[in-house]
Write a protein that binds this ligand. Structure first.
Ligand SMILES: [Zn+2]
Ligand SMILES: [Zn+2]
Length: 118
């Protein structure tokens, strides 16, 4: 596995949130950092369907911005249930970082979040 190639496997689509979308996230009951105004698609390169970026999560609910060339919307999902067998009770670093029912391959939380953990 080569980390150098990781970016090439991610979908390059990006979205800039509008004021209403930012306001929506800012009003969610969570003490997480405020959402960034520009987000990148978190799905794999070449995925079918809408692009998707995680905006926020509150407990087990994750809020994803999903967009196409013509429209964007924010939808609640639970986490993708793909987990490593040893992490059955809580989310671990190897769990999929995407939403339940996402298109494409699973993306491990450990690889996906390495930039934020640094
Ligand atoms: Zn995409
Ligand atoms: Zn998954």
């Amino acid at each position: 596995m080569s980390i150098d190639n990781e970016d090439l496997r991610n979908c390059p689509a990006r979205i800039t949130l509008d004021a209403a979308q930012l306001a929506f996230f800012n009003e969610l009951p969570a003490d997480a950092p405020s959402v960034q105004s520009e987000l990148g698609c978190e799905l794999e390169l070449g995925h079918p369907g809408s692009h998707a970026a995680l905006g926020h999560h509150v407990d087990t609910t994750t809020w994803w911005i999903q967009w196409t060339l013509s429209a964007s919307e924010i939808n609640p999902y639970t986490w993708c249930p793909a987990k490593t067998p040893t992490q059955a009770e809580s989310r671990g670093e190897e769990d999929c970082a995407l939403f339940d029912g996402h298109p494409g391959n699973h993306v491990s939380l450990r690889l996906h979040r390495r930039d934020e953990a640094a």
